[in-house]
Design a protein around this ligand. Structure first.
Ligand SMILES: [Zn+2]
Length: 166
């Protein structure tokens, strides 16, 4: 698959698609990094060797009614420098931590939830209610999280209104 299409459609710019698979209503894009990591991010030496991989699935932006899965071969690298203990999986720029969906998918869900219920959104996208709920909760947490009060010794309360007119 053309890499500018991968980029514009799903935000994958460091990855190439090695295979496309069509299963019922689902399209699976098999991807992996275009370039292997060479330099150790910890010690700066170019002694990185491949140390196994795992395959992870991410829900990506759908194509109309078709569900889209990005199946990534996630490479693990180990540093051969004796003074360094670096041994990690490569970074995944299009998703957060252990989440099973891409940033773009989460953004799309948040947009749909402005006019749809959690249940309708889950049904439309063919994903579990829990996934939609998680995206919604993360969005609210991110949006309404309080600023950190570390190091603050006292807070002065100014006049405020809970509702207009109060
Ligand atoms: Zn190293």
């Amino acid at each position: 698959m053309n890499s500018s299409f991968l980029y514009h459609a799903w935000g994958l710019y460091n990855h190439k698609c090695t295979r496309e698979e069509y299963k019922g209503n689902t399209i699976i894009l098999h991807v992996e990094s275009k370039e292997r990591q060479k330099v150790c991010p910890q010690c700066g030496h170019s002694h990185l060797v491949k140390n196994g991989f795992r395959v992870r699935d991410f829900i990506g932006l759908p194509i109309g009614g078709k569900k889209l899965i990005i199946r990534m071969k996630v490479q693990r690298y180990k540093c051969k420098n004796k003074e360094c203990d670096y041994d990690r999986q490569e970074a995944i720029p299009f998703a957060t931590g252990s989440r099973s969906y891409t940033h773009r998918f989460a953004k799309y869900v948040v947009g749909l939830l402005k006019g749809m219920t959690l249940k309708d959104t889950a049904n439309l996208l063919g994903v579990s209610w829990d996934t939609i709920k998680e995206i919604h909760a993360n969005h609210l947490e991110h949006r309404y999280s309080l600023p950190s009060l570390d190091g603050v010794e006292s807070i002065a309360i100014d006049e405020f209104a809970v509702r207009k007119g109060n």
